[in-house]
Design a protein around this ligand. Structure first.
Ligand SMILES: Nc1nc2c(ncn2[C@@H]2O[C@H](COP(=O)(O)OP(=O)(O)OP(=O)(O)O)[C@@H](O)[C@H]2O)c(=O)[nH]1
Ligand SMILES: [Mg+2]
Length: 205
């Protein structure tokens, strides 16, 4: 089956909410392969899950940062889990709360046995920030395969997108656990969504 049609048929299956966990202990038994969506607060993780699954509000989104505050697991017809993580870099919530969810994300990324790939989302308007590099370091240290995804590409005009994509690619070349090649997406316009579905279908197969 061609990659794109495998992606489409995987994502034509029903996708349902499984659970919302504040720590590793609250997650389902590690039986189904998982892909997770990580990145700065507000970079578009939850919106991308909705675009992939064609569901407007499967994952909750918000215009203000700090919407997702726990590890949210969705099941793609029992074949794969899509995991929506809280964002990092959001300072407006209580210190203790931020510390709690940051720890949960760090534990998840380093210790989850069924985690097959992390999609590391970067807002195309900002590119890579120092806080993103902290997560790059953790993923490289944990040896988790990760792939960069530029989000909100509809917000960048002209050659700006090529510039940021080039900068991100040159950073990835220094990163041992990074999967080469970045995906350029727009949850709003649908750009890159089929490519991301295909990448996930390859991981599921
Ligand atoms: N223009 C545009 N806006 C987007 C896109 N994707 C997400 N957004 C907007 O960005 C804001 C944040 O989106 P979320 O999906 O909630 O971001 P998040 O990364 O899940 O945020 P946290 O849960 O707070 O970490 C919302 O207002 C979305 O509508 C996109 O592709 N294009
Ligand atoms: Mg979110």
């Amino acid at each position: 089956m061609a990659a794109n049609s495998a992606g489409r048929s995987l994502f034509a299956r029903p996708c349902t909410f499984v659970t919302s966990a504040m720590s590793l202990e609250g997650l389902p038994d590690p039986e189904v392969p998982e892909v997770a969506f990580a990145g700065r607060s507000n970079c578009g993780k939850s919106s991308l899950i909705n675009a992939l699954t064609g569901r407007r509000s499967l994952a909750r989104t918000s215009r203000t940062p700090g919407r997702t505050r726990s590890i949210n697991v969705f099941s793609l017809d029992g074949r794969m889990h899509l995991v929506d993580l809280p964002g990092y870099g959001y300072a407006a919530a209580g210190k203790r709360e931020v510390a709690g969810w940051t720890r949960a994300v760090d534990d998840y990324l380093a210790l989850r046995p069924v985690l097959r790939r992390v999609f590391l989302l970067l807002d195309a308007r900002r590119g890579v920030t120092d806080r993103d590099r902290v997560t790059f370091d953790s993923l490289d240290t944990a040896g988790v395969a990760w792939q960069a995804v530029l989000t909100k590409s509809d917000k960048v005009k002209g050659t700006g997108l090529d510039d940021v994509a080039g900068e991100v690619e040159s950073e990835l070349r220094q990163r041992p656990a990074a999967v080469p090649g970045i995906l350029i997406t727009s949850a709003r316009k649908g750009r890159g969504i089929d490519d991301l579905r295909s990448a996930i279908a390859v991981i599921a197969s």
